[in-house]
Design a protein around this ligand. Structure first.
Ligand SMILES: Cc1cc2nc3c(=O)[nH]c(=O)nc-3n(C[C@H](O)[C@H](O)[C@H](O)COP(=O)(O)OP(=O)(O)OC[C@H]3O[C@@H](n4cnc5c(N)ncnc54)[C@H](O)[C@@H]3O)c2cc1C
Ligand code: FES
Length: 361
């Protein structure tokens, strides 16, 4: 036989095997009625072979799912106490040894092929789906916008300052997470600070297509990154780019409380053109001596008239920080920035349990 035919035969065999697997998956996966039991309370009848995440969404149980079910965010974890099959390779990167031993799974990767029981933390059951209307789309810098939504149905969202919500991009139906930047005292409105990612699906929509008056679907609130209001520790806040969003919400609450703790807020940007809400931050510092705002530029431009801190935010943090063994830190921004800043905080003896962060990645 001509050697040239061998790859063709191999590919054909693979295609046939794949078709058989897909057929078997559909055939056996859809046979008979099954039940999805949630927290030993709610019983959902299932006749197709959809994922736990999608079935829960249909039942109005909104699990965080920043990647929309593509197994790239790892946010949609639930405990599967019965059924569910083996952990899939797509779940491996998101589950540590302890989670696997506790049957934690990515709900977007588990199909209901048999009766299945799941446990969902009570804190997630409070998330709702909202119809919202954009009422303001405003430039904060050349690549960052503030978007303000009025909640229509339901018309209020109770969130903790620091938490995030998810928006569904109309037309392409993709879902993305955005930290809530607004005042938690105003449950009728939600603001986001959204930075354009070149080529990014959701941010291109927000920056190029979204207009005041447009309707959008939001789910939330989500997340355990929020102000620990009962704590009396000094606070170090660190943010870069749109990471200012949740810190802004936290600052609203701290002002309401009369700024009872010492707060130092480091904000990392490249150049003057990347700074925003500077006057808002300076006004807070003027009103509350406990609050200090430290913007730092890593690459000031020649034309920048800048007398503030310069250098990487990690270096500025390092040189301006003393003992942090009794402090609490709140970090928001890119995963790289957060990991680098946590190293510096640890050098200054911060305790692991006092470091809170949301990685925007
Ligand atoms: C809990 C949480 C809160 C968040 N809050 C905010 C927020 O308040 N404001 C905000 O602007 N973003 C926030 N994000 C990030 C946001 O969810 C999106 O990931 C981001 O806006 C990009 O979405 P996109 O659809 O435009 O890009 P995609 O279409 O998802 O990505 C396009 C390409 O850009 C890359 N990419 C994705 N995100 C980034 C990034 N940030 N920087 C550089 N490259 C990137 C991707 O790897 C991909 O190659 C948050 C993320 C999380 C997980
Ligand atoms: S929804 Fe993102 S990993 Fe499941």
């Amino acid at each position: 036989m001509d050697l040239l035919f061998i790859p063709i035969i191999l590919v054909s065999v693979l295609v046939v095997i794949t078709l058989i697997i897909v057929w078997a998956d559909n055939f056996f996966g859809t046979a008979g009625e099954r039940t999805l039991l949630v927290n030993n309370e709610k019983e959902i009848k299932v006749t197709d072979s959809d994922t736990v995440l999608n079935l829960l969404t249909k039942e109005k149980i909104f699990i965080p799912s920043a990647c929309g079910g593509k197994a790239t965010c790892g946010f949609c974890k639930v405990r599967v106490t019965e059924g569910g099959g083996d952990v899939r390779p797509t779940e491996e990167p998101f589950l540590d040894k302890e989670q696997k031993a506790n049957n934690v799974r990515l709900s977007c990767q588990v199909k209901v092929r048999e009766n299945i029981k799941v446990e969902i933390p009570k804190s997630l059951l409070g998330a709702l789906e909202y119809k919202a209307k954009a009422i303001k789309v405003e430039d904060l810098t050349y690549d960052t916008k503030l978007v303000r939504f009025k909640l229509i149905e339901p018309d209020t969202m109770e969130f903790k300052p620091g938490q995030y919500a998810q928006i569904k991009v109309p037309g392409i139906e993709i879902i993305r997470a955005y930290s809530i930047a607004s005042d938690p005292n105003d449950p009728h409105h939600i603001e986001f600070i959204i930075r354009l990612v070149p080529g990014g699906l959701a941010t291109t929509f927000v920056h190029k297509a979204l207009l005041a008056g447009d309707d959008i679907i939001i789910t939330g609130p989500y997340g355990d990154f929020f102000l620990r209001e009962e704590s009396k520790r000094d606070m170090v806040c660190i943010a870069g780019g749109s990471g200012k969003a949740p810190i802004r919400s936290i600052l609203y609450r701290l002002q309401d409380m009369g700024m009872p703790r010492k707060v130092r807020y480091f904000f990392g940007a490249k150049a003057v053109r990347d700074l925003y809400y500077t006057e808002e931050m300076q006004a807070i510092a003027k009103a509350f001596p406990n609050f200090e705002y430290i913007p730092a530029l890593s690459h000031p431009e020649d034309t920048d008239d800048w007398k503030g801190e310069t250098g990487l935010i990690t270096d500025v943090l390092d040189r301006m920080t003393g003992d942090l063994s009794e402090s609490e830190a709140y970090l928001c921004g890119s995963p790289g920035m957060i990991d680098a800043c946590i190293k510096v905080l640890k050098k200054h003896d911060i305790k692991d349990e006092n470091v809170l962060y949301d990685k925007f990645g």
